[in-house]
Design a protein. Structure first.
Length: 364
């Protein structure tokens, strides 16, 4: 049971006592924001997933593990596919911190910069992937919000902007990294935040990397993962965040020459990655034949929710600002832990994307 800083014997005893299950193996699925372990028992291979927040998640911008568990509990009675919550342990003596246990779902996510699974690399499947993503998002935004009121914060759009700008300020203050263009975007967002919006359950990080596609020949969603950012608020924020990953034919792109000149010592692999990102987008499959356009996605969302996607420039600019701030925070984390950081060129890239949207250079 080769897992980082986990007492194997203690974990086996815990599962035996709480779930009457004999653990035979654990496997690290992911070790980033959370430590996620696939847990196999004598009866079932990969029966459960254990999720323990790591240090970076212990910030006020994330829900606590008990809140996340509560969200999963309430999702059971909805049309949203998500892991089944099994157990919440708030005793930090078992694995060093409170954690939750949920059912393991079979399937594949599509991380940032990755192509679709090979079986989906055709026109029909690409369109179906997009359709499934939008359908799942609209199912989420149709969920009755009242049951989630005790486990999710309620935030207006302006409060969301203030919250992410504060996170940006904290990160740049810690690294002494001034970013005047992104500061201008922050001011624009505050001035243009919609005053009125409907309230829905918002995942907070809805993207192909947090959606599992089932092991089937045709695209089917097995479940939406990672609910540590869920809140009650404007659902169009989430639509803008998904659209940020979509690349249309003929899209203008940030100029990479300036980024190269500002970061002459940047790793060539990072610069090559930005070249690919510039050419094919954050989700490369979206630029391939068969993938619908952003306007197609918006049209389907509007049809299913009967909600007009107004103020689209605000929502897309806000999405770019959020992602730039997340990357700025990851850069800060690397610096504070004494590690090498290659995030600065990525932050600059997303800054140029955000300013391009604000200035009307990157239309929907």
């Amino acid at each position: 049971m080769a897992t980082p800083d986990i007492d194997a014997a203690g974990l086996e005893t815990f599962f035996s006592r709480e779930l009457d299950a004999d653990v035979v193996e654990t496997e690290v699925i992911h070790d980033g924001l959370n430590l996620s372990l696939a847990v196999s028992t004598a009866e079932t291979e990969r029966a459960f997933v254990l999720r323990r927040p790591n240090k970076f998640r212990r910030r006020s911008t994330f829900n606590g593990v008990a809140q996340e568990y509560g969200v999963l509990e309430r999702l059971r009675d909805t049309a949203v596919d998500a892991p089944e919550p099994v157990l919440l342990c708030e005793d930090d003596s078992v694995v060093g911190d409170p954690f939750l246990v949920m059912t393991h779902l079979d399937g594949e996510a599509v991380p940032l910069g990755s192509d679709l699974p090979e079986r989906f690399r055709n026109r029909t499947a690409r369109r179906e992937v997009a359709t499934r993503l939008i359908n799942s998002l609209t199912d989420l935004h149709a969920v009755e919000t009242e049951p989630f009121a005790d486990v999710c914060d309620r935030r207006s759009v302006r409060e969301q902007v203030d919250r992410i700008v504060e996170q940006f300020d904290d990160a740049t203050s810690a690294t002494d990294r001034e970013n005047a263009p992104l500061r201008r975007v922050a001011d624009w967002l505050r001035e243009n935040a919609p005053a009125d919006s409907r309230t829905a359950l918002v995942h907070g990080d809805y993207r192909p990397g947090n959606v599992l596609f089932a092991d089937a020949d045709r695209p089917e969603i097995a479940g939406v993962l990672d609910w540590e950012t869920a809140f009650l608020g404007d659902p169009l924020v989430e639509l803008g965040y998904l659209l940020l990953r979509w690349r249309d034919d003929g899209d203008p792109t940030p100029a990479l020459g300036g980024i190269r000149s500002r970061h002459p010592d940047a790793d060539e692999d990072v610069l090559a990655d930005l070249e690919v990102m510039n050419d094919r987008g954050l989700a490369p499959f979206t630029s391939d034949p068969g993938s619908p356009s952003r306007r197609d996605l918006v049209g389907r969302y509007e049809e299913r929710t009967e909600t007009a996607f107004e103020n689209e420039r605000f929502y897309r600019a806000f999405a770019a600002f959020v992602l730039a701030t997340v990357w700025e925070d990851l850069h800060r984390h690397r610096i504070e832990t004494g590690e090498e950081s290659s995030w600065e060129p990525y932050i600059d890239y997303m800054t140029e994307t955000a300013t391009g949207i604000v200035d009307g250079e990157f239309p929907l």
